[in-house]
Design a protein. Structure first.
Length: 264
């Protein structure tokens, strides 16, 4: 007897089989943890493939797996010991504001009830054809699954943390906050460092004075460095960059390690 499956059904089956590979005891243990994975995505496309690109079917498979394994996605301010002691949680973030988010990511996130943070480059919104527009953000924000973060107004370039003065840094962020307030009527609480560059105490003081409560980074490759430990450092949030090179098996190990230890 042949079994006909479309792509969505096939990926759901993968998620179910991944879930069934762990015993109930294994899934129940380790929930009293002090760290959780924070995922970073950029562009979702079939080509060109770069360190900042993931294929649409890979993203779908990862979200299917999160759902099958019983994960919830949360915003940083929703980190609560009571919730996290009884459920697996992940924080999902996107940088830049690529239009591919609306094409491939948001429909899946909304279907599964997964919340996400989109860190935008203010100067490119409604100016760059490849970026999501203000009107599109307004429409999506109504659903409550998306939160807007700052990825700078206009200093998205390598080496900015050393080339940009603190005065220029502050001026740029004030311009960003004013723009988002005017366009979306929102107060931005999250700053995502362009290219994950480390910040000085001066940067952090300015961010705090401007009302940025959380700082997203993406530096470091080892898991010991990049898991979020909110009960040790709540404000600074390291992330894992997810791209097309990451297999589903590696992704599964990545998200389960805080609960289950190494699985590979």
């Amino acid at each position: 007897m042949s079994l006909n499956l479309n792509r969505r059904s096939f990926l759901k089956l993968i998620g179910f089989l991944s879930l069934s590979s762990f015993s109930q005891h294994s899934l129940a243990k380790g929930l009293n943890f002090q760290e959780l994975p924070v995922l970073l995505y950029h562009e979702i496309a079939y080509r060109p493939l770069t360190e900042y690109t993931i294929r649409p079917h890979q993203f779908l498979a990862q979200m299917e797996l999160l759902r099958a394994l019983g994960y919830i996605s949360i915003f940083p301010w929703e980190v609560d010991e009571k919730i996290l002691s009884s459920q697996k949680a992940v924080i999902i973030t996107f940088d830049d504001g690529s239009y591919t988010f609306l094409e491939y990511a948001y429909p899946v996130l909304r279907e599964y009830g997964f919340k996400a943070i989109m860190n935008i480059i203010g100067a490119k919104v409604s100016k760059d054809f490849n970026m999501i527009s203000w009107d599109e953000y307004k429409e999506v924000l109504i659903d409550g699954y998306l939160e807007i973060g700052c990825h700078s107004y206009d200093f998205h370039y390598l080496g900015w943390s050393k080339k940009l003065s603190l005065r220029e840094f502050e001026r740029d962020l004030r311009k960003f906050k004013k723009l988002v307030s005017e366009e979306l009527g929102k107060e931005v609480r999250i700053f995502s460092s362009p290219f994950g560059e480390p910040l000085t105490e001066g940067h952090l003081n300015i961010l705090s004075n401007l009302g940025f409560e959380y700082v997203l980074l993406s530096e470091g490759e080892t898991r010991e460095k990049t898991y979020y430990r909110p009960y040790l450092e709540k404000r600074i949030i390291p992330r894992f960059n997810v791209n097309y090179r990451m297999t589903l098996k590696v992704f599964k190990n990545l998200i389960l390690r805080p609960y289950e230890g190494d699985l590979l």
